[in-house]
Write a protein that binds this ligand. Structure first.
Ligand code: F6R
Length: 615
């Protein structure tokens, strides 16, 4: 959570930093701030609210010149969102300025020591403690900023991506990372800093992703120096060429990123299987699986760890892996798994699913699994992310940047990738005949076109949204492969429209939730033709007898549900294990339209952030 941006070079820093903050706002948006330095005076402004509020305030409040600048967009951890707790923070002398993404866990004891030494604090943040600790070390040891940052960080427990500058050193920014992401863009005699590369993509394609426990000193006009925080060893910078382009991170004519990302799903799914699914040759090529096939074949079980929507994708994968490849699968919330002393052996394979690749609990869960000897396979979207790097092997979903906080294309591309894996393993284990395998490949190849067709129900879904937008509660039901889709549909509705929603396995309804049903209650039932269709139709009958309002997500041409439901939304027919890729689409659109109609901030729902880097 929190986004950080910085610039040092020959350009004016303000436009780069403010635009960068707007691009990183998905990481946190309860307050924002900027510090600019022109070599004479530091101009610092910060405010509760969005980057747009900061921009308005800044442009009337301070002169915005300076070729060194740092900025921050916050998701509050220590201290409520207000002007004072916003970053950047000054040290007591006013010489040092910091921005920070992460948490300093031992901040309380450090703060007490600093107070004993005469330091005072304006804010409730852990970050203000850190900058004063750096100042204290610098003063006591009479050393330069870089060295002081290093010594201070060795006393810190927690996670951080920081950028610090010193008023007395106008040509230098010091950055460091542990647990939170930090990318450095390398331009001509200039450096950019950001939580991801999007703020500097129009200036340079060359970036270094700092590794954990590394710091760098960025000096105007000089080469970058990267060191290990622990032992001061110099590290050779590894400069990567960014694949990201500007178009991918802009709205492209859509009113919201979420809608753009919903509509990107046909191409995103295609990108996930491009070069991997070769239906003519009847093969699936996945280097990360191929290279470790022995391990996969010898595994006793697969444990999937993830959070939120990615956990839902994991649940779909459980059904798919068990059905196709006959491998036992357990799906775990990473936050529970990491703290419950789980039984893990060297014969376990842990699959970590994460769009951002930065989710703190998922990262900690895989570190735990690795320490017990399990083999960890990462399924991430963000290239070079912490989870991708920490995993023993993995595969990227290639969905492209997902900026809307509510996950959409990440979910369907995760399912696509996990389906490819399950199919590859099924073939290797001989749990599928070659004709079945080929049939699945051919069908998977048709999915982008079918998602496109499912999207054509958008206008109708909007009319359904209009009818139910004022509901207070909502129930989502599904069975088998579509039970996790029910959970995901409910999550999408609650997170962006703030309507209470629950997802349930349809058959479980009569064990409790049925008591909630009355004529006010919309119930979205996924009732596609395959699998347990008749059983779901019986569940719909039960709802009907209790006067619930039924919205059926059905296979094109369905008759039985149409007779019972108040509304039906059709999706094209496909094989059962692929239905989640289609049934998800109308649920995403329904949540989106309801949230827009209720005038909610669709892309930045309250209290949430895209990348959850705190536990
Ligand atoms: C919901 C949503 C979250 C994320 C969760 C995990 O729409 O986006 O529930 O799925 O925070 O994030 P990643 O996948 O980045 O690990």
């Amino acid at each position: 959570m929190c986004g950080i941006v910085g610039y040092i070079g020959h350009r004016e820093a303000y436009p780069i930093v403010i635009k960068g903050l707007q691009r990183l706002e998905y990481r946190g948006y309860d307050s924002a701030g900027i510090a600019l330095y022109d070599g004479k005076s530091i101009k610092l402004s910060k405010t509760k609210g969005k980057v747009a509020d900061l921009k308005e305030r800044l442009e009337s409040e301070i002169s915005i010149d300076g070729t060194l600048g740092i900025g921050h967009t916050r998701w509050a951890t220590h201290g409520i969102p207000n002007d004072v707790n916003s970053h950047p923070h000054y040290s007591n002398s006013g010489d040092l300025v910091i921005i920070h993404n992460g948490i300093i866990e031992n901040y309380d004891s450090l703060k007490k020591e600093l107070i004993n030494r005469g330091y005072t604090f304006q804010s409730d943040t852990d970050t203000e403690v850190l900058i004063n600790l750096i100042e204290d070390v610098k003063k006591n040891e009479n050393i330069k900023l870089g060295k002081a940052v290093q010594i201070a960080l060795n006393q810190v427990v927690g996670a951080y991506a920081i950028a610090v500058f010193d008023k007395n050193k106008p040509n230098e920014i010091v950055v460091a990372k542990l647990g939170s992401p930090l990318a450095i863009g390398i331009g001509d005699d200039e450096f950019f800093i950001a939580s991801d590369a999007s703020p500097f993509i129009e200036y340079t394609k060359n970036a270094i992703y700092l590794e954990d426990e590394q710091m760098a000193i960025l000096r105007r006009g000089k080469d970058i120096k990267i060191r290990k925080i622990k032992n001061d060893a110099l590290v050779d910078p590894y400069v990567q060429e960014l694949q990201l382009n500007l178009e991918q991170i802009e709205k492209g004519g859509y009113p919201h990123f979420m809608l753009k990302e919903i509509y990107e799903q046909p191409s995103a799914i295609l990108d996930t299987f491009r070069g991997r699914l070769l239906s003519n040759e009847a093969i699936i090529k996945m280097a990360g699986v191929e290279d470790n096939m022995k391990k996969f074949l010898a595994a006793d079980r697969i444990i999937i760890v993830a959070c939120g929507t990615s956990w839902h994708a994991g649940l779909v994968a459980e059904y798919i892996f068990e059905d196709l490849a006959r491998i036992p699968v357990e799906v775990e919330y990473a936050s529970e798994f990491r703290y419950r002393n789980p039984v893990i052996t060297e014969k376990d394979i842990v699959i970590a699913i994460s769009q951002s690749g930065e989710t703190a609990d998922t990262l900690a869960a895989i570190k735990l699994a690795k320490s017990k000897g399990a083999f960890v396979f990462g399924v991430c979207n963000v290239v070079g992310s912490s989870i991708a790097r920490e995993s023993n092997a993995g595969a990227y979903t290639h969905a492209g940047p997902e900026i809307g906080v509510a996950s959409t294309k990440a979910f369907t591309t995760q399912i696509t990738l996990l389906t490819l894996m399950a199919l590859r393993l099924a073939r290797a284990k001989g749990t599928m005949s070659s004709s079945e395998f080929r049939h699945h490949l051919i069908e998977l190849e048709t999915i982008p076109g079918k998602v496109e067709e499912a999207l054509s129900s958008d206008a109708y879904v909007k009319t359904v949204a209009e009818i139910y937008k004022d509901s207070k509660n909502c129930l989502y039901l599904g069975r088998g492969f579509n039970f996790p889709v029910a959970l995901e549909g409910a999550l999408k509705l609650k997170e962006i429209s703030y309507i209470h929603a629950e997802g349930y396995p349809a058959a479980e309804m009569k064990h409790g939730p049925i008591a909630l049903i009355d004529e006010q209650m919309p119930i979205i039932v996924i009732a596609t033709k395959k699998g347990h269709y008749e059983k779901v139709v019986s569940n719909i009958q039960e709802i009907k007898s209790r006067k619930g309002k039924i919205i059926g997500i059905v296979t094109k041409g369905d008759v039985s549900v149409k007779e019972l439901a108040d509304h039906v939304i059709e999706v094209p027919e496909t094989i059962e294990c692929l239905t989640p890729l289609l049934t998800t689409i109308p649920l995403q659109l329904l949540s989106y339209h309801i949230a827009v109609m209720l005038d909610k901030n669709v892309d930045q729902p309250r209290n949430l952030a895209k990348s959850v880097t705190v536990e």
